[in-house]
Design a protein around this ligand. Sequence first.
Ligand SMILES: [Zn+2]
Length: 145
Amino acid sequence: MDSVGRVTAGREGAEAPVSWLRAAGRGFAGRCPACGRGGLFKSFLKVREHCATCGQELYHHRADDLPPYIVIFVVGHVVGTGILLTEVEYDLPLWLPLTLWPALGLILSIALLQPAKGAVVGLQWAFGMHGFGGEAEPGTGGDAR
Ligand SMILES: [Zn+2]
């Protein structure tokens, strides 16, 4: 990290330091955290091996279960708050909340899962985690015998 808080680890041949917030934002938008131009995903949740634009290796990421946890946290709060507020404030017919809230929860979950994973990959890249920093992760079998 440089003197103004910009993360420099994990970058390979990039022009200027990228802040961790910008890297997460680029990942959230489905873009390469290094250059911001290449696509991050080759399918809905499958991250590309390398950026097609700048060549940044992306296979190091270990997003694992964090993106679903983030989505559950956010969607649970939005839907839970909506349920509580509408139940207290309005006298809705039963079919409406039984239709609205599960549908909203499903739509929000699907819509946020890829951006959440992209942001996690961007953060891992920005902080040089899991091999993004140029060093093999201990215990991954790289030089262990
Ligand atoms: Zn790139």
